[in-house]
Design a protein around this ligand. Structure first.
Ligand code: UDP
Length: 238
């Protein structure tokens, strides 16, 4: 699939047109940002690792009946995806307290909650992705109640599959962010699923195997991402 004109460049990825109007080439960069872009850096080979990790997870989700924008991994850093109209909402799924939730609720990180929490954030970097609820989504025309309900339902299904997947490779899936897009009247999973937008803790050592290593300056970031890919690959997940 030939790379056409650039559509947009985000913090971690660039999107390009292809000859087929319904397909887009998603290019994974090594750039890393945190704290609403205030911390900037680069993680060697992150784009290659995230493309591989995302591809494996999307394929597994597809096998389990979750529709995603994934078409195929076409090179080290490129993934062919379906063109969707992205819903400007970040759907955050939380199984264990960490990050902004731990701060907001005044609890320690690592508390297993009695229920999975789903939060919605308005996808707007300039505003720092503020947390919103169903009222904001409807009142500002970001989506309909039906769409919110579908996103939540899909997020819970994804959570079941991903929690089991990571548990199987010795990782605790703490929390993560999902994005959904529309194709006609259908809503499908989009963006990427990688250690950039998931918190993954080693089940034995408790070590952080995700972007918190960058956010918190813990070092060995590339090694952690590599280990996540190695474990998923060894399980024969493809
Ligand atoms: N997350 C993300 N993009 C964002 C905000 C959050 O991918 O813009 C992910 C983050 O990696 C974590 C989860 O969503 O796995 C919850 O993040 P949190 O609200 O704790 O925010 P953060 O710690 O990133 O400030």
């Amino acid at each position: 699939m030939k790379q056409g004109a650039q559509i947009s460049e985000g913090k971690a990825k660039i999107l390009y047109e292809t000859e087929d109007k319904s397909l887009i080439l998603q290019y994974f960069k090594d750039d890393a940002t945190a704290f609403d872009g205030k911390k900037k850096g680069s993680i060697k080979d992150k784009g290659i690792l995230n493309n591989s990790i995302s591809s494996l997870i999307f394929q597994l989700l597809e096998k389990e009946g979750i529709k995603t924008h994934f078409v195929e991994k076409v090179s080290d850093r490129e993934m062919l995806i379906k063109r969707v109209d992205i819903i400007p909402i970040e759907v955050v799924v939380r199984n264990i307290t960490a990050g902004s939730l731990a701060k907001r609720m005044g609890v320690e990180e690592g508390r297993v909650m009695t229920e999975t929490i789903i939060e919605l954030y308005y996808k707007d970097d300039a505003l720092g992705d503020p947390m919103i609820n169903d009222y904001h989504v409807r009142a500002f025309g970001l989506g309909t109640q039906k769409e919110i309900d579908i996103c939540r339902e899909k997020a819970l299904k994804v959570n079941k599959i991903m929690t089991a997947l990571f548990d199987d490779v010795g990782l605790t899936l703490v929390d993560y962010k999902l994005e959904f897009g529309r194709i006609g009247s259908e809503i499908i999973l989009a963006d990427e699923i990688s250690p950039d937008n998931c918190r993954l803790w080693d089940k034995v050592s408790g070590e952080k195997m995700d972007k918190d290593r960058f956010r918190r300056g813990l070092g060995n970031i590339e090694e952690a991402y590599q280990e996540v890919l190695k474990r998923l690959s060894e399980k024969g997940i493809k």
